[in-house]
Design a protein around this ligand. Structure first.
Ligand code: AMP
Length: 116
Protein backbone atom coordinates (compact mmCIF):
# COMPACT_ATOMS: atom_id res chain seq x y z
CA UNK A 1 0.00 0.00 0.00
CA UNK A 2 1.31 3.39 -1.02
CA UNK A 3 -0.50 6.25 0.71
CA UNK A 4 -0.42 8.64 -2.22
CA UNK A 5 -1.45 6.03 -4.81
CA UNK A 6 -5.04 6.39 -6.04
CA UNK A 7 -5.49 2.68 -6.83
CA UNK A 8 -3.95 1.57 -3.50
CA UNK A 9 -6.56 3.77 -1.85
CA UNK A 10 -9.32 2.06 -3.87
CA UNK A 11 -7.95 -1.33 -2.74
CA UNK A 12 -8.00 -0.05 0.86
CA UNK A 13 -11.63 1.08 0.48
CA UNK A 14 -10.72 4.73 1.09
CA UNK A 15 -11.98 5.80 -2.35
CA UNK A 16 -15.18 4.29 -3.76
CA UNK A 17 -15.18 2.26 -6.95
CA UNK A 18 -17.67 0.09 -8.79
CA UNK A 19 -16.05 -3.28 -8.26
CA UNK A 20 -17.04 -5.97 -10.77
CA UNK A 21 -14.61 -8.75 -9.81
CA UNK A 22 -12.27 -9.50 -6.91
CA UNK A 23 -9.82 -12.25 -6.01
CA UNK A 24 -7.40 -12.54 -3.11
CA UNK A 25 -4.76 -10.73 -5.15
CA UNK A 26 -6.63 -8.68 -7.79
CA UNK A 27 -9.41 -6.14 -8.07
CA UNK A 28 -11.44 -5.07 -11.12
CA UNK A 29 -13.57 -1.93 -11.20
CA UNK A 30 -15.26 0.28 -13.79
CA UNK A 31 -13.22 3.13 -15.22
CA UNK A 32 -14.54 6.46 -13.93
CA UNK A 33 -14.32 7.94 -17.44
CA UNK A 34 -15.23 5.08 -19.79
CA UNK A 35 -13.83 5.15 -23.33
CA UNK A 36 -16.06 2.28 -24.54
CA UNK A 37 -19.42 0.75 -23.51
CA UNK A 38 -17.42 -1.67 -21.32
CA UNK A 39 -14.30 -0.20 -19.70
CA UNK A 40 -12.98 -2.03 -16.67
CA UNK A 41 -9.59 -1.66 -14.96
CA UNK A 42 -7.94 -4.79 -13.53
CA UNK A 43 -5.18 -4.30 -10.96
CA UNK A 44 -3.07 -6.34 -8.60
CA UNK A 45 -3.85 -5.33 -5.01
CA UNK A 46 -0.11 -5.06 -4.37
CA UNK A 47 1.50 -1.86 -5.61
CA UNK A 48 3.61 -2.22 -8.76
CA UNK A 49 4.26 0.79 -10.95
CA UNK A 50 3.76 -0.72 -14.39
CA UNK A 51 3.39 -4.02 -16.21
CA UNK A 52 7.13 -4.38 -16.78
CA UNK A 53 8.02 -4.02 -13.11
CA UNK A 54 5.13 -6.32 -12.13
CA UNK A 55 6.24 -9.01 -14.59
CA UNK A 56 9.80 -8.79 -13.33
CA UNK A 57 8.97 -8.71 -9.61
CA UNK A 58 6.11 -11.23 -9.57
CA UNK A 59 5.32 -13.05 -12.83
CA UNK A 60 2.76 -15.24 -11.06
CA UNK A 61 0.80 -12.17 -10.01
CA UNK A 62 1.04 -10.80 -13.56
CA UNK A 63 -0.61 -14.04 -14.70
CA UNK A 64 -3.33 -13.60 -12.09
CA UNK A 65 -4.07 -10.10 -13.45
CA UNK A 66 -4.40 -11.56 -16.97
CA UNK A 67 -6.65 -14.36 -15.71
CA UNK A 68 -8.83 -11.83 -13.87
CA UNK A 69 -9.04 -9.71 -17.04
CA UNK A 70 -10.19 -12.78 -19.00
CA UNK A 71 -12.86 -13.50 -16.36
CA UNK A 72 -14.05 -9.89 -16.52
CA UNK A 73 -14.26 -10.07 -20.32
CA UNK A 74 -16.34 -13.24 -20.03
CA UNK A 75 -18.59 -11.80 -17.30
CA UNK A 76 -19.14 -8.65 -19.37
CA UNK A 77 -20.17 -10.72 -22.42
CA UNK A 78 -17.18 -9.71 -24.55
CA UNK A 79 -15.88 -13.11 -25.66
CA UNK A 80 -18.01 -13.53 -28.78
CA UNK A 81 -17.30 -10.18 -30.41
CA UNK A 82 -13.88 -9.59 -28.88
CA UNK A 83 -12.30 -6.85 -26.85
CA UNK A 84 -9.05 -4.96 -26.28
CA UNK A 85 -6.69 -5.55 -23.34
CA UNK A 86 -4.26 -2.69 -22.86
CA UNK A 87 -1.49 -1.69 -20.44
CA UNK A 88 -0.46 1.92 -20.96
CA UNK A 89 3.15 2.12 -19.82
CA UNK A 90 5.14 5.25 -19.06
CA UNK A 91 4.84 8.74 -20.48
CA UNK A 92 4.80 7.87 -24.17
CA UNK A 93 2.29 5.10 -23.45
CA UNK A 94 -0.10 7.62 -21.93
CA UNK A 95 0.05 6.14 -18.41
CA UNK A 96 -1.53 8.51 -15.87
CA UNK A 97 -1.91 6.30 -12.80
CA UNK A 98 1.32 4.64 -11.74
CA UNK A 99 -0.18 1.50 -10.24
CA UNK A 100 -0.27 -1.11 -13.01
CA UNK A 101 -3.71 -1.64 -14.51
CA UNK A 102 -5.09 -3.54 -17.48
CA UNK A 103 -7.81 -1.76 -19.42
CA UNK A 104 -10.53 -4.17 -20.59
CA UNK A 105 -12.36 -2.35 -23.40
CA UNK A 106 -15.25 -3.63 -25.47
CA UNK A 107 -18.95 -3.64 -26.23
CA UNK A 108 -18.55 -1.94 -29.64
CA UNK A 109 -16.02 -1.92 -32.49
CA UNK A 110 -13.02 -0.04 -31.09
CA UNK A 111 -11.47 1.05 -34.37
CA UNK A 112 -7.75 1.20 -35.07
CA UNK A 113 -5.32 0.64 -32.23
CA UNK A 114 -3.95 4.19 -32.44
CA UNK A 115 -5.61 7.47 -33.41
CA UNK A 116 -4.27 8.62 -36.77
P1 AMP B 1 -3.89 5.27 -17.67
O1 AMP B 1 -3.95 6.51 -18.51
O2 AMP B 1 -3.61 4.02 -18.47
O3 AMP B 1 -2.96 5.43 -16.48
O4 AMP B 1 -5.35 5.06 -17.13
C1 AMP B 1 -5.81 5.58 -15.93
C2 AMP B 1 -7.31 5.36 -15.93
O5 AMP B 1 -7.79 5.49 -14.61
C3 AMP B 1 -8.07 6.37 -16.80
O6 AMP B 1 -8.80 5.68 -17.82
C4 AMP B 1 -8.99 7.07 -15.80
O7 AMP B 1 -10.26 7.38 -16.35
C5 AMP B 1 -9.08 6.03 -14.69
N1 AMP B 1 -9.40 6.56 -13.36
C6 AMP B 1 -8.86 7.64 -12.75
N2 AMP B 1 -9.39 7.79 -11.51
C7 AMP B 1 -10.26 6.76 -11.34
C8 AMP B 1 -11.12 6.36 -10.27
N3 AMP B 1 -11.18 7.05 -9.10
N4 AMP B 1 -11.90 5.27 -10.44
C9 AMP B 1 -11.86 4.58 -11.60
N5 AMP B 1 -11.06 4.90 -12.64
C10 AMP B 1 -10.27 5.98 -12.52
Amino acid sequence: MTNDCLFCRIVAGEIPATVVHETETTLAFRDISPKAPVHVLVIPKAHHVDVASLAQADPGLAGEVLAAAATVADNEGLLLDGYRLMFNTGRNGGQEVFHVHAHVLGGAPLGPMLAR
